[in-house]
Ligand binder design. Structure first.
Ligand SMILES: [Zn+2]
Length: 231
């Protein structure tokens, strides 16, 4: 394992700048200096990679975001850096590249004083900090299978379904009535432990009836269909 680093190509930098301007107005007037770095996996003599170019907590990563330490800033580096797996990068579509850059940029937060002014560091550069993910997932399918609702795996999934933000992850919500019916069915209404979450879920779903083009929401259990909402 290991990586060979190089400066990312100019077009990557420009692509990142476009995403920054489009989705991160909080950086307007702050102009953080972002270094874009390419990482290629080191290869064995026969040309096969020794492992992924980038890892995070032991897992392969498509890119990593990091604040550059003050000593390196003083020596001319940027304020923060985005290191990109350069072996994977060309395999991504432009939309996927944009989403990846946006993810890494989302990690950067400008430190501000109580008046909202950016705080500067000793190098007179804007001080940045790293934002953690809204949702961090570490699931074992085996544990979900063995423990069901008692497992963090299934509970986190349900949290995502019942949360208002869940619609971004489960795009069938509000779009396709059949999939909604299927998901409610998959929640097994006979399981007492999940009765309440199912009710919550249904309540949320009802909001999408008619508005999202759904004609009907019904719960089917053991062949019996109960209509919950109809447009
Ligand atoms: Zn991340």
């Amino acid at each position: 394992m290991g990586a060979v680093y190089s400066r990312a190509t100019k077009d990557v930098e420009e692509q990142g700048k476009a995403i920054l301007d489009k989705y991160h107005p909080e950086f307007a007037g702050v102009a953080p200096r972002i270094d874009y770095v390419f990482a290629n996996a080191t290869v064995q003599e026969d040309g096969t990679p020794t492992g992924p170019a980038l890892t995070h907590n032991g897992y392969p990563a498509a890119a990593l975001a990091r604040i550059i330490p003050i000593k390196d800033r003083v020596m001319g580096r940027g304020d923060c850096e985005i290191v990109i797996d350069a072996d994977q990068w060309p395999l991504l579509t432009e939309e996927e590249q944009n989403a990846l850059l946006d993810h890494e940029l989302e990690h950067f937060v400008v430190c501000r004083d109580k008046y909202g002014q950016p705080i500067l560091d000793d190098a007179n550069r804007p001080k940045l900090k790293l934002k953690k993910h809204d949702f961090q997932v570490g699931w074992f399918h085996n544990v979900a299978r063995r423990h069901g609702i008692a497992s963090a795996e299934v509970r986190q999934f349900q949290q995502l379904v019942f949360d208002d933000d869940g619609q971004w992850y489960l795009p069938f919500i509000g779009a396709d009535g059949d999939s909604v019916k299927q998901s409610i069915r998959d929640l097994r209404p006979s399981d007492r432990a999940i009765q309440a979450p199912v009710r919550d879920f249904v309540k949320k779903m009802q909001k999408h009836v008619s508005k999202g083009g759904i004609e009907k929401i019904s719960l089917v259990h053991e062949g019996k269909e109960t209509v919950i909402a109809e447009a």
